[in-house]
Design a binder for this molecule. Structure first.
Ligand code: GCV
Length: 790
């Protein structure tokens, strides 16, 4: 039964009926008045009209809800109530979650308050349907320069977001196309707002500061020009006429080539405020991104440091932003790296609203091809005490506005879901979206609690499934860090390209500023006050103290803050270089173990998801070896310091393609050499298939064969493997990896399990090129078959 009238309450009711039917098989009836025990959905005002004596155990703020039980019109009822109808939806989802987790829902009396008022996702969708840093297919909102005709997926997304308490969604890229604000386009956007509305989700837009000039009729976009202010005001009024519940704007300005207030010598506060004043009468807000830095910094100057930029720019403006502006701050001072310290700006604004920006889409953390559950990273940041006052001031308190009693505060997650059926590409990656919503609602939850909820709701209660999935998720961040960028060195990825595979030299010698400063003697970025860039001086004294002294600095962030010799001994007792070698090996090993762990779940979850995840974990295990070898070979070449365990550069189980008997293939040098085992590969430029053969020299037995090849995006080459001319496997190199070259993005492993081999057998790899993909082969590795037999 509903008390109150709104489309949101009706949605809540339908969702409750659907959830109860789906989970318990019971079909609830809707009734105008309860004559028997009922579930009542009510705004608090309406509830009090029925029973004025009902008082919640705590004050109910906007979006909060109270799950309780009461006698209404003589019947015993379960009551879900909130000051807002949106809060009732959140309450319904909370009840359904409890049912699905098998919690006792009798005698409930529980109030839940969201931690921060604004809990948004950002989508980086372009109007042509492509999503910047999106890895799960095209946009659910846009195609061919317009809003999609069919918005069913947008509706489903709103439902997902409501289920985790998200109340705003900016649907377009922060590298914003000003066309969105045109008179022609706004009605299209109103259609998206229309599918969000039943779920209590508010539409927001990313905007380009130059809009008054680029799509408006002004000859300037100077934020202090009154004609520009008038343009924004009229634009806001127009938007609110079409979309009365419009949430507000997100703005990226003076960053990575975007227009900004600097063009007129104005400040970010000038830019933010002119727009904030336009939306203020309508209750709108402006999220102004602190991701502002100079990507043309001179890398030769050791005092230059991109990490300083946000604080240097925004701290002096503290107190100058209007009350409906929030500064949206990425969690670390660089850019969503696998490990960074909390941004000093969180502690640097006491008279300005803040929001934290987290990245759900795994731009630098494996792009949803690698498993990397980010809640532990986010949690470390949210719990980190900035010592912004004498008391404890963890980041979560600051961004929620609790420390300085700000009018608002928020959590923003860059989600970038796409048209892929599973939204994120990797079936296990949806846990990151779930975790973001749960932490934005309650950052006191632990990653363990969150993942456990997610696993049970996704795969059911089988203890083996829950144990294995939870463990894999909870260890996956450390695993990814271990084989990509340990000790705070940053992700050693190709930062000038797709930010995916290894590319350790790309982050040096250019202005983008993700420098690790690795040379023959040492590695790491000196950000100390004493001898470095002075970045550490942006923190409170207590935080500075944690990191400034090399002897105290925790190993996990050592290279973020200090430049040290490779022979420097860590708290762990290892030298830096040995620790780096070891963690790359440990990470690759852990990725391989995930495959065998997952294989234990065959038959315990549906085949479709089982096989999809298995394929992704196998790919990850292969690519972790690529990462391991590229970074370790690069370090060995740079330092000349051998691996004490004798592994780096030693691969006795490999047969290099260039050493095989070739037909049609030609040998090519790969540059940099560390992208291929032995620095070489073979390439088939013939019109016919090419082949490469060798004789197996080991003892007779059962072996797994790893075939390492390059899968270029420029075509779909085919490979087959034959033993004594009999085929044992064939496949297509049809992944859409983000490179057209043989490199760390495209190097791929195919494992052929349990092949019976006798000494002297001839093994042949046949490659058939296609388009621009010349079926390049790097090596074959042969090992004793794994017990589990894949
Ligand atoms: C939307 C990084 C990403 C860019 C992104 C930018 C930002 O640099 O690589 O794709 O642009 O961050 O957050 O604005």
């Amino acid at each position: 039964m509903i008390l109150g009238k709104s489309v949101v309450l009706t949605t809540a009711q339908k969702e409750l009926i659907r959830g109860v039917k789906g989970m318990l098989g019971t079909t609830l009836r809707t009734v105008p008045s309860p004559s028997e025990p009922a579930i009542v959905l009510a705004t608090f005002v309406e509830l009090q009209k029925e029973n004025a004596g009902l008082t919640p155990p705590q004050e109910l703020r906007k979006d909060s809800f109270w799950l309780t039980h009461a006698k209404l019109r003589g019947a015993d009822c379960v009551v879900i109530t909130s000051p807002s109808d949106r809060g009732v939806i959140y309450g319904v989802f909370a009840l359904l979650r409890k049912i699905s987790l098998g919690e006792d829902v009798h005698n409930l009396d529980e109030v839940q308050q969201p931690y921060a008022p604004l809990r948004w996702v950002n989508q980086w969708d372009n109007l042509d349907g492509h999503i910047e840093r999106g890895y799960a297919g095209p946009s659910i909102f846009f195609e061919n320069g317009h809003v999609r005709a069919d918005l069913q997926r947008a509706h489903d997304y709103a439902r997902i977001l409501a289920s985790i308490g998200i109340n705003g969604c900016a649907v377009n890229n922060v590298n914003a196309n000003p066309k969105l604000l045109t008179d022609e386009f706004l009605p299209e956007l109103a259609r998206i707002a229309g599918v969000f509305r039943p779920w209590g989700l508010q539409l927001a837009l990313s905007i380009d500061l130059s809009s008054p000039k680029s799509v408006g009729d002004r000859d300037t976009f100077d934020p202090l020009d009154a004609r520009v202010g008038e343009w924004w005001k009229q634009k806001a009024d127009q938007i609110y006429r079409l979309i009365p519940d419009f949430a507000g704007f997100v703005m990226k300005a003076d960053s990575e080539g975007r227009p900004g207030p600097a063009s007129y010598g104005r400040t970010p506060a000038d830019a933010a405020n002119v727009i904030a004043r336009a939306v203020k009468p309508h209750g709108g807000v402006v999220f102004y991104r602190a991701f502002v830095y100079d990507h043309h910094l001179d890398w030769r100057n050791l005092k230059n440091d991109r990490a300083r930029a946000a604080y240097d720019i925004f701290h002096p403006l503290d107190g100058k932003f209007d009350e409906n502006v929030l500064i949206q701050i990425k969690y670390g001072p660089i850019d969503f790296q696998v490990r960074e310290p909390a941004s000093p700006l969180f502690g640097g604004l006491s008279r300005t609203n803040e929001a934290i920006e987290l990245q759900i889409t795994q731009e630098y953390t494996g792009q949803q091809r690698h498993l990397c559950f980010l809640a532990p990273l986010w949690k470390d940041i949210l719990d980190f005490d900035m010592h912004a006052t004498d008391g404890s001031t963890p980041v979560k308190h600051l961004v929620a506005g609790h420390v300085f009693d700000r009018p608002t505060g928020g959590f923003v997650g860059v989600a970038n879901v796409g048209m892929d059926t599973n939204w994120m590409r990797h079936p296990l990656a949806l846990a990151n979206l779930y975790a973001f919503g749960r932490l934005a609602w309650n950052p006191n939850l632990t990653p363990g609690q969150i993942v456990d909820e997610w696993t049970r709701q996704t795969f059911g209660d089988d203890p083996a499934v829950v144990q294995i999935v939870d463990r894999m998720q909870l260890t996956s961040w450390r695993t990814y860090e271990d084989y990509t960028g340990p000790l705070g060195v940053g992700t050693l990825t190709n930062i000038l390209g797709p930010h995916y595979g290894p590319g350790p030299e790309s982050s040096e010698n250019n202005g983008w500023g993700q420098w690790h400063r690795a040379d023959h003697q040492g590695v790491g970025m000196d950000r100390t006050v004493a001898t470095g860039t002075g970045f550490l001086g942006q923190y409170s004294a207590a935080v500075q103290k944690l990191y400034e002294n090399v002897a105290d600095c925790p190993d996990d962030l050592l290279l973020f803050f200090h430049h040290v010799a490779y022979t420097h001994v860590l708290h762990s007792g290892k030298t830096v270089i040995q620790s780096m070698y070891d963690s790359h090996y440990a990470g690759a090993e852990a990725a391989e173990q995930n495959v065998t762990q997952w294989e234990q779940l065959r038959g315990k979850i549906d085949d479709e998801r089982y096989l999809e995840v298995l394929g992704r974990l196998r790919y990850q295990a292969g690519h972790a070896i690529v990462w391991r070898d590229v970074i370790c070979d690069w370090l060995l070449g740079l330092t000349g310091i051998p691996d004490a365990e004798g592994r780096v550069g030693q691969h006795p189980d490999r047969i290099e393609a260039e050493d095989m008997q070739q037909q049609g293939y030609t040998q090519v040098d790969i540059t940099p050499a560390y992208f291929a085992s032995g620095g070489k590969a073979i390439s088939c430029s013939a019109a016919q298939p090419c082949s490469a053969s060798f004789h197996f020299k080991g003892n007779s037995g059962t072996y797994d064969l790893d075939v390492q090849y390059f899968d270029l995006k420029t075509g779909v080459a085919r490979f087959s493997v034959l033993v004594n001319s009999l085929p044992v496997d064939e496949w297509q190199a049809n992944d859409d990896l983000p490179s057209a070259k043989p490199d760390g993005d495209t190097s791929t492993r195919r494992t052929i399990p349990a092949v019976a081999l006798r000494s002297g057998d001839e093994i042949t790899i046949r490659g058939t090129p296609d388009g621009g993909d010349p079926a390049m082969l790097d090596y074959v590795a042969i090992h004793k078959a794994q017990e589990s037999g894949h």
